[in-house]
Design a protein around this ligand. Structure first.
Ligand code: G6Q
Length: 547
């Protein structure tokens, strides 16, 4: 066996040990695991950085955890963590460091990129964001006609949209309710049309959020927004400077668009799009919740970063979450993870996580470019509870697929009314209990169920879940939660030996769209050089547009 093959994940000692361990325990039901170990529900829990994780309802034993942590060490996770925090160029295919942790560094910390300490740069931008946010929030910043800004619209897509919109929704409770916040991402004109339909341009500020400032959707929407604004305030080009600010790494393109470089908030190529909501890309968040709350969110991120960096793997929340995902997906063959927040404010959290997880680890080759012989990222999806219980939970409870669930809940509601919160929390606990322990045929029969109906009413149970509990959804807690998932994704990527920070898979479709756009718009027959299906669709659409 060659050295290259030796180092493949599935040839590692740790992997083989887990495979053997899986054969030994995979048939053991969670009912048995709990019955044999009365302390299990307290022992397989971990409280750190303000979050409590109950992972006892996974199909694991102490040995599983030990073997998973051993695999992580064998895969070099300790040194990979240090490499990330030290600014090494771990995004190898793009030749960049990966330093979202620097975005929440504390003043005085030192993190070097090519010999330059980036921490002061981070704080300089944060201070500039804070100054601007305060001006807008206090009304000192006036629109072109002298009216104060009451509406903020973030224009961005992917990493420049999903984080901001998720954070706005998550922290709405802390936001300035006298202001309106909207988010435009889609190239579908309905998105911008609906976002501005009831707004006064004279009171509207656009935050154009684009790392590259070349993204088709964002630049198209930004140009349409500029037309709408100018039409609404009498066409004076000078209005752009009062109603548009930019968040970008591309100063040249920003000023080409007509935005005053003084109103540009910068960040750096070592911040990946999907890891950027706590950079200047979070400007709309800061405008909504204010500087102090934004800084509190960063402190929450930082707390979890430090925990991830320092805690032993056996007591490390992101490491455990990442390793449990490996266990459920690579060994039990689960293909997805459902993320189920029992908190209405987290309604966009699953959508945000979809990008974070699947764009990061949806890869089929290793860092060296070798094709993997194991599955990589599971499919993340979800909806807030209890709504999901009345739709897709049926499949989770009684379908043929194993769907590990992450339940997220808070001890205190931000809107305590009557018995709502007790009922909400009762439902989270009940769902996890039902998934794990199910209901046997004997129990169903004992309820007087007729024989023919028994099998329909049986719940096999043995379905794994995590419960993440925190006290209350605060800016700090949101920061901790996102950092938890960021580092869990990193942990998984290290085990699978992937570059979790590139996204080449989004390129091909973009290139093909650029080729097709003129073919849809040209007055004359463009000549049809695609496959027969694409040619036919283009012809059909051109016909529908008329001569
Ligand atoms: C995220 C991706 C991607 C990116 C968008 C927007 O990690 O890189 O979702 O954020 O394509 O890119 P811009 O910010 O450059 O417009």
């Amino acid at each position: 066996m060659t050295a290259a093959i030796q180092s493949r994940l599935t040839s590692r000692q740790g992997w083989k040990a887990l495979a053997a361990h899986y054969d030994a325990i995979s048939k053991v039901h969670l009912r048995t695991l709990f019955a044999d170990d009365p302390d299990r529900g307290e022992r397989f829990t971990l409280e750190a950085a303000g979050l409590y994780l109950d992972y006892s309802k996974n199909r694991i034993t102490d040995e599983t955890v030990a073997l998973l942590c051993e695999l992580a060490r064998e895969c070099g996770l300790p040194s990979r963590i240090e490499s990330m925090f030290s600014g090494d160029k771990i995004n190898v295919t793009e030749g960049r460091p990966v330093l979202h942790v620097a975005l929440r560094s504390v003043p005085g910390q030192q993190i070097f990129v090519d010999g330059h300490n980036v921490v002061p740069d981070v704080h300089e931008v944060l201070d500039k964001m804070a100054g601007f946010s305060e001006q807008v929030r206090t009304g000192a910043w006036k629109g072109h006609t002298g009216k104060r800004i009451r509406n903020v619209i973030n224009v961005g897509i992917g990493g420049s949209d999903l984080g901001p919109v998720m954070a706005y929704e998550a922290l709405k409770h802390y936001s300035d309710r006298s202001m309106t916040f909207r988010f435009i991402s889609n190239i579908d004109s309905t998105d911008i049309a609906e976002a501005v339909v009831d707004l006064d341009p004279a009171e509207t500020l656009f935050v154009i959020s684009s790392k590259t400032f070349t993204t088709l959707e964002t630049m198209t929407n930004a140009a349409t927004a500029r037309e709408w604004l100018l039409a609404g305030v009498g066409g004076d080009q000078r209005a752009v400077a009062r109603h548009f600010v930019a968040v970008s790494t591309n100063a040249e393109k920003v000023s080409e668009f007509g935005i005053d470089p003084a109103n540009m908030f910068g960040f750096w190529d070592w911040v990946g799009g999907r890891y950027s909501m706590d950079s200047a890309i979070g400007l709309s968040t800061m405008l909504a919740i204010g500087t102090n709350n934004f800084r509190a969110m960063l402190a929450g991120f930082h707390e979890m970063d430090e925990h991830f960096r320092c805690a032993p793997f056996e007591r490390n929340l992101p490491v455990l979450m990442g390793l449990l995902s490996i266990w459920n997906n690579n060994f039990f063959g689960a293909e997805t993870i459902a993320v189920l927040p029992y908190e209405q404010y987290l309604k966009r959290f699953p959508a945000y996580l979809q990008q974070l997880t699947m764009e990061s680890n949806g890869k089929h080759v290793t860092l060296n470019g070798d094709t993997v012989d194991y599955d990589t990222s599971p499919i993340y999806w979800g909806e807030p509870g209890t709504n999901g219980q009345h739709s897709f939970y049926q499949l989770i409870h009684q379908g043929t697929r194993l769907i590990p669930c992450d339940f997220i809940a808070f001890n205190q509601s931000l809107n305590p009314i009557g018995r709502h919160h007790d009922m909400l929390l009762a439902n989270v606990f009940a769902q996890a209990e039902a998934l794990a322990f199910g209901k046997t045929a004997k129990e169903v029969r004992a309820e007087g169920t007729p024989d023919w109906l028994v099998s329909h009413r049986v719940f096999e149970g043995n379905r794994p879940s995590n419960i993440i509990l925190a006290d209350q959804l605060t800016p700090e807690t949101l920061g901790r939660l996102i950092s938890l998932y960021e580092h869990s994704v990193f942990t998984q990527g290290v085990i699978w030996n992937l570059d979790s920070f590139d996204q080449w898979g989004v390129e091909l479709g973009k290139v093909l769209a650029q080729r097709i756009i003129p073919e849809l718009e040209s007055k004359t027959d463009p000549g049809f050089t695609h496959d027969s299906s694409t040619n036919n669709l283009i012809r059909r659409y051109r016909k529908s547009k008329g001569p």
